[in-house]
Design a protein around this ligand. Structure first.
Ligand code: ADP
Length: 669
């Protein structure tokens, strides 16, 4: 709605506000496109009644343009030795992650150090000679072309960072060359050289996408500065090319913490934003300004907040974008993450492109299988796995406890946590692959100790934390050891599965009742899991006599298989063996040992096929108090490759065939 020219009802404050904005736009070092958009908006406001809501919307828009870091970036520290010591000092273990991150930084550093190549295009030989002489002296690698067409030939054969071209040439002039470069190699920086008389054309050229221009006669200083600016820009692009890192693994295993350490090593700002459960594309890409209350997307808002265009930006839980996401998640994510596409990222609110190519994105995901294919292709997945109890204790001692003591105002040696007590906390108060719960419990203890210290005035005494004190401070234990303490029952078996939060224990329950030969499956089982159940039933029916089961067991009966909920999304083939064992127990009447856990895919012929996620499954088994784990013989090499403390305290039995495994699980009837 436009309300004609400003009337007398305009208040002094409002006028001052948009005049101030105008002055700020003039002074700000905005790129042409942003400046034009801001000025256009201010002109629109000039014709608007300041009392209408749109007026404030317009002011906010200009404010937002001014708040964005169009040119501001921090300088990277590319000292690898320093990066290595930062990563090591902050983290226990995680060798493969640190290695891979350092390799990644090394490649970036090398790319950043490659000397830039410049293509000089001019139809006068003497001009080419002069430019080549000046640029080579500055250490650039220079190639030359006599006109636009020759230039295009060279570009199709060689990598070039910057093109410096004359405007007037007989075969394919500068503007035509510029247009072809923009269409074919958007990343190349183009500097146009114009005569005095053609300044208007230069402005046109900038609008067409030239990055800089130089007017004749060229001053050496100006040339140096313009080329340096263009090269910095290319350097950033080169640095951001290459695969994108995606840290995948259960919560609390150090993904964020490593991301932060990378930012610290590079001396970049760190931003984190979770996509978990996001429903609307507009959260990422902003609302169009035609909506009342429209906001820019989170990506740009975060950049405005940190004030630089090159932070380390962690996009958490990219696999958890809501199922009912409005828009296409993979195309939004590629627009944001892919350096080929994100150099001209369009936020609907901003409505002009913003260059995200300087941002170092790191994605995190719990389950990479859930990621859309096109995105997965661009990502380099770095797996994080759960920690063993021993690792958890070491991390607690060296990192979590000192940090919690510091944060709660306690001296570093004010409390002692013996290993047995830490192990007690890990076992009875947490059940997780990572460290979040443990850190929370330790924080709870430190907080309570701080309060005690203050009340009792006992700052100098060292508190030795023991199990009784933990019980008093944290309350009764949170987890029971149902596996170790439970009794063998008929028709119930213990299985190991893998989900987004790490390895997990599941129980498969079965019953048989009078009926009409139906298989009933409950417990929100996914398709693959339902198939496993059918395979298990068919296998037993086909071999009934071998197992001593009455062949007619399914004739006038229904069988119900249930896997109690938990918060586990249940799918995948690795519960096959657990299901068949529960059925065997049910049909033979032999109780199944609860402390024997298994994982394996079942083939219709009764063979046990290999499974994945062994480390996390074994960790979950140990934590739940399982004594024996039955795993597929085909996984022997994977198991041999695991660190010895992963299998510590567990008897691991490798089985090829179901009959072999049955005697381990089923007690005599
Ligand atoms: P994620 O991002 O994977 O959910 P976090 O990085 O938030 O996990 O880690 C949870 C906590 O555990 C943080 O306090 C982190 O510093 C700590 N932590 C995780 N892994 C390690 C490790 N290997 N060494 C030291 N501390 C760790």
């Amino acid at each position: 709605m436009l309300f004609g020219r400003r009337g007398e009802n305009e208040t002094v404050e409002e006028k001052r506000e948009d005049d101030k904005l105008r002055a700020r736009v003039d002074e700000a070092n905005l790129p042409e496109i942003a400046k034009t958009a801001a000025i256009r908006e201010l002109e629109r406001l000039d014709r608007m009644d300041p009392s209408v809501p749109e007026f404030a919307v317009g002011l906010n828009y200009v404010e937002f343009i001014l708040s964005l870091p169009w040119r501001e970036s921090s300088h990277d520290n590319l000292d690898l030795a320093r990066a290595e010591s930062i990563l090591s000092a902050r983290h226990h273990g995680l060798g493969h992650v640190k290695e891979r991150v350092l390799e990644y930084l090394a490649v970036k550093t090398l790319r950043g150090m490659q000397s830039g190549r410049i293509l000089v295009v001019d139809d006068e030989e003497i001009a080419r000679d002069n430019l080549e002489f000046m640029l080579s002296k500055q250490g650039y690698d220079v190639v030359r072309a006599a006109n636009g067409r020759q230039a295009m030939e060279i570009l199709s054969r060689q990598d070039v960072d910057v093109v410096i071209t004359d405007l007037k040439m007989s075969v394919m002039d500068g503007i035509q060359l510029l247009e072809s470069i923009r269409a074919n190699w958007p990343g190349i920086q183009v500097i146009l050289i114009t005569g005095y008389a053609t300044v208007a054309t230069a402005v046109e050229a900038l609008q067409k996408g030239a990055d800089h221009y130089l007017s004749k006669p060229i001053s050496l200083e100006e040339l140096r500065e313009v080329v340096r600016r263009a090269m910095t820009r290319c350097g950033q692009l080169r640095l951001s090319r290459g695969p994108l890192l995606c840290f995948s693994g259960p919560p609390g295993t150090g993904k964020t913490s490593i991301g932060r350490a990378v930012a610290e090593a590079l001396e970049r700002k760190f931003v984190r934003f979770s996509l978990g459960g996001l429903r609307d594309e507009a959260e990422i890409r902003g609302h169009r300004r035609t909506y009342v209350g429209a906001l820019p997307g989170r990506i740009l808002r975060e950049l405005a907040r940190v004030g630089v265009k090159n932070p380390v930006f962690m996009l958490d839980e990219v696999d958890k974008i809501g199922q009912d996401f409005r828009g296409d998640p993979s195309s939004v994510l590629l627009d944001v993450l892919d350096p080929e596409q994100n150099a001209s990222f369009m936020d609907h609110y901003l409505d002009i492109p913003f260059d995200l190519s300087g941002v170092m994105f790191i994605a995190t995901a719990n389950l990479v299988e859930r990621l859309p294919g096109p995105l997965l292709d661009r990502l380099e997945i770095i797996p994080f796995t759960g920690y063993t109890e021993r690792e958890k204790i070491a991390i607690a001692k060296n990192y979590l406890i000192p940090r919690q003591q510091r944060e709660n105002g306690l001296d570093r040696d004010s409390a002692e946590f013996p290993d047995e007590v830490l192990s007690f906390i890990v076992r009875d108060y947490t059940r997780e692959a990572g460290l979040r719960g443990l850190e929370r419990e330790l924080a709870g203890i430190c907080r309570k100790l701080a309060r005690k210290q203050l009340i009792n005035g006992t700052k100098d005494t060292i508190v030795r934390v023991d199990e009784d004190m933990v019980r008093r401070l944290l309350g009764p234990r949170r987890f029971t050891h149902e596996v170790a303490e439970g009794v063998a029952r008929v028709g119930v078996t213990t299985g190991l599965v893998w989900s987004g939060v790490g390895g997990e224990i599941i129980f498969v329950e079965t019953v048989r009742m009078r009926g009409t030969g139906q298989l009933i499956l409950t417990g929100s089982l996914g398709d693959v899991l339902q198939e496993s159940a059918r395979i298990a039933l068919s296998y037993i029916r086909s071999r009934a006599s071998e197992f001593g089961v009455d062949e007619g067991f399914f004739d006038a009966a229904d069988i119900h298989i249930h896997i109690p909920a938990g918060a586990i999304s249940k799918d995948g083939p690795s519960a096959g063996v657990t299901i068949v064992m529960a059925l065997l127990s049910l049909l033979t009447g032999r109780p199944a040992r609860l402390d024997v856990a298994m994982s394996g895919e079942l083939s219709l012929g009764g063979r046990i096929l290999p499974v994945q996620g062994l480390r996390d499954k074994l960790l979950a088994a140990a934590q739940a108090g399982v004594k024996t784990v039955i795993l597929p013989a085909a996984n022997a090499d994977d198991i041999a490759a695991l660190a010895p403390d992963v299998t510590e305290g567990l008897e691991v039995v490798l089985a090829d065939d179901l009959a072999e495994a049955a005697d381990l699980v089923l007690l005599p009837g």
